[in-house]
Design a protein around this ligand. Structure first.
Ligand SMILES: NC(=O)c1ccc[n+]([C@@H]2O[C@H](COP(=O)([O-])OP(=O)(O)OC[C@H]3O[C@@H](n4cnc5c(N)ncnc54)[C@H](O)[C@@H]3O)[C@@H](O)[C@H]2O)c1
Length: 373
């Protein structure tokens, strides 16, 4: 383990990969065919057709957005969840209570993504009546890329906020103990003349999925992301898997936000805080929607967001080769490129997908994937 190792000054700071490295980048696959293939796998796992489609589309959408850690590479793990009984593929999320602008969803330990989409639809309905809405989700398996939910609301002219807690793998600032989830937060706002502005971040300094990609690639990671089992900083992703912990981003600031996500996602939804005695081991989720038209007064909200975008993007970059971007721009760029050239799927991930498909009697060649490879 390269714990706390010193690096020569000229050595480049390693970055954390979000897709498998080029050496194992097996193929580029058209998103619609990949989504059809994924949907067949989820159907073969016993999922209702409509829900299979939602989960498959959500994973491929994460790949399109450039977040391979939340894309189809998750399918083998998801299939394992069904085998182990953690996911009931037949369960249907349902709204169990509505009171004014507040609603509660019970995801019934089915797939998280259809529950997330139900929260978006519910928030959308409530916001029409009340101008704002708060929806919690309990008994919720992995809900995927949170930005997707905020984005759906922002595409309809609303401010969308989504956050959730997760299994404890992050040490609070100053601690070496795994007490907090990677606890993502997504904030999205509509913008005139362009796609919504979307900030979608884990409050851990690195998402666990990216760490596993680095470990599989045998890559070092920047220090400040993980500590080893003794609480020492490490540049080896394996330090985390060997009993260490992830760190929050931004020291006490990220740690504080993460603790509040335990409160607002975990405790408020009834899922419990990850380190608490009542934790249900899911993604305790809160989705908020605001209608800017009812809050902003006379200034057209989406126009003002567009103006802010212009100001930020026109600002002087520190590095002329790296223009300043708004949150959400990297994902929009990845989406344009991947819709055109296909989604990169590494040889390792593809082999795993073929194995899972084979076990379930799903033939990828039927979807024309072999021809496209
Ligand atoms: N369901 C779960 O349990 C769970 C847990 C953790 C993370 N996640 C998901 O993992 C995904 C990855 O999270 P992450 O923290 O690794 O994301 P990240 O560090 O890649 O940050 C992504 C965000 O930062 C913005 N961004 C990136 N570079 C930028 C730049 N140069 N200028 C301006 N903005 C920039 C992006 O537009 C995006 O909003 C997220 O989609 C998150 O929802 C899910």
């Amino acid at each position: 383990m390269r714990t706390g190792s010193r690096r020569a000054p000229e050595e480049r700071e390693p970055t954390v990969p979000n897709t498998a490295p080029a050496a194992t980048a097996g193929r580029r696959l058209p998103a619609p065919a990949l989504a059809d293939f994924a949907a067949r796998i989820f159907s073969a796992l016993g999922t209702r057709q409509e829900a299979a489609r939602v989960v498959a589309d959500a994973l491929v959408d994460a790949d399109l957005a450039g977040h391979g850690s939340h894309g189809v590479m998750r399918i083998p793990r998801y299939a394992g969840f069904v085998r182990d009984g953690a996911v009931d593929p037949t369960a249907q999320a349902r709204v169990v209570a509505v009171d004014g602008a507040a609603a509660r969803i019970d995801a019934g330990w089915g797939w998280g993504q259809p529950a997330g989409m139900l929260a978006v639809a519910t928030a959308r309905e409530l916001v029409e009546q009340h101008g704002l809405a708060a929806v919690t989700i309990a008994n919720c398996n992995h809900i995927g890329r949170l930005g997707a939910y905020g984005e759906r609301l922002a595409e309809q002219g609303l401010v969308g906020i989504a956050l959730c807690n997760a299994e404890p793998v992050v040490a609070p600032a100053g601690s070496r103990d795994r007490l907090l989830g990677t606890n993502p937060l997504a904030l999205a706002a509509p913008r005139s003349g362009g796609a919504p502005v979307v900030l979608d971040i884990a409050t851990a300094a690195v998402a666990e999925g990216k760490l596993s990609l680095a470990r599989d690639a045998g890559a070092a990671i920047p220090t400040g992301l993980v500590v080893d089992a003794e609480g020492r900083p490490s540049d080896d992703p394996r330090a985390f898997y060997d009993g260490g912990a992830l760190l929050p981003f931004g020291g006490h600031k990220g740690s504080g936000i993460s603790i509040f996500i335990e409160i607002l996602g975990g405790i408020l939804s009834g899922s419990g805080a990850a380190a608490g005695s009542r934790y249900d081991h899911g993604n305790g989720t809160l989705v908020l929607a605001l209608d800017p038209g009812r809050l902003v007064g006379t200034i057209p909200f989406a126009d003002a967001v567009a103006e802010l975008t212009g100001v930020v993007e026109a600002s002087r970059p520190v590095d002329a080769a790296q223009p300043v971007m708004m949150p959400g721009t990297p994902e929009q760029r990845a989406r344009r490129e991947r819709e055109r050239d296909g989604v990169p799927v590494s040889a390792v991930v593809w082999a795993e997908l073929e194995r899972v498909a084979g076990e379930l009697g799903v033939d990828p060649a039927l979807d024309g994937l072999e021809a496209a490879a």
